[in-house]
Design a protein around this ligand. Structure first.
Ligand code: ADP
Ligand code: MG
Length: 254
């Protein structure tokens, strides 16, 4: 079967600084890939490239079997139009560290927004789906609450429901619990754990190594714009090959 994400020598620079120095990764359908690594190692940039929030400089990236951002005609690559890029972007859902919900909309309206505005779903259907999704993240009773009335953990669960409402084939999480008070981390990880059990393909940047160990099918350690090592959670977290991985893990655990 084709991988759902494939990158070959993916590179991305910001000015003279090379943030991704040739990333080769394959993510299979149903994989839960946890990406770990020090601050500035390129984890967010990697997710942002997959979601086309960044344009890659060189190498190639496929999502869902489609070359991202380009179409091949004969031997030439042609840039896709904004419209085609927007269509491609729909196949990935992204959850950020900060929840960025619409403050003037209720939880229900936040979840319905994309399906109604972008997917042009009928309101009634979108509402029923949104209620079911909010129930799935444990927030059936908060449909009519505004973001300010919700805790950080609840807001993040709404953000997950909102991403799921677009029926993505892949979910990307960029440190989804780092901005939360410690007592709220568990409820968000719980929702992600349930999602992983349903077979959703997920790429999760996280410093929650216990969670990674339990939920990940694969762990990938990045440092300085490169993949240093990847493998099973037991291997990468329990018995890392590289000194840099070992140093990072002990720093996080200390
Ligand atoms: P991580 O998520 O692992 O902390 P990032 O992917 O955010 O790392 O960043 C990798 C490197 O690229 C960092 O050194 C960061 O400062 C730099 N970087 C990221 N985005 C930009 C940007 N838009 N402009 C300039 N530098 C950036
Ligand atoms: Mg980051």
């Amino acid at each position: 079967m084709n991988p759902i994400v494939k990158t070959v020598d993916l590179r991305k620079s910001f000015g003279a600084f090379e943030a991704l120095k040739g990333i080769d990764v394959e993510i299979e359908r149903g994989d839960v890939l946890c990406v770990i690594g020090p601050s500035g190692s390129g984890k967010s940039t990697f997710l942002r490239c997959i979601n086309q929030l960044e344009v890659i400089d060189s190498g190639a990236l496929w999502v869902n079997g489609e070359l991202v951002g380009y179409r091949r005609k004969g031997n030439k690559l042609h840039e896709l139009s904004e419209r085609e890029i927007a269509r491609q972007r729909l196949s990935t859902g992204m959850v950020f560290q900060r929840f960025n919900l619409f403050p003037h909309k209720t939880a229900l309206e936040n979840v319905m927004e994309g399906p109604v505005q972008v997917l042009k779903q009928v309101r009634k259907q979108a509402e029923a789906d949104a209620r079911a999704l909010l129930a799935r993240v444990g927030l059936a009773h908060k449909c009519d609450a505004y973001p300010v009335e919700l805790s950080g953990g609840q807001q993040q669960r709404v953000a997950i429901a909102r991403a799921l409402a677009m029926s993505p084939s892949l979910m990307l999480f960029d440190e989804p619990t780092s901005a939360l008070d410690p007592e709220l981390v568990g409820e968000v990880l719980g929702v992600m754990r349930d999602l992983a059990r349903t077979g959703m393909t997920m790429v999760i940047v996280t410093h929650e190594l216990g969670f990674a160990r339990e939920v990940a099918s694969r762990v990938l350690f990045m440092d300085q714009g490169q993949v240093v090592e990847s493998g099973s959670p037991e291997q990468v977290l329990g018995n890392p090959t590289h000194l840099r991985t070992r140093d990072f893990i002990s720093a996080v655990l200390s």
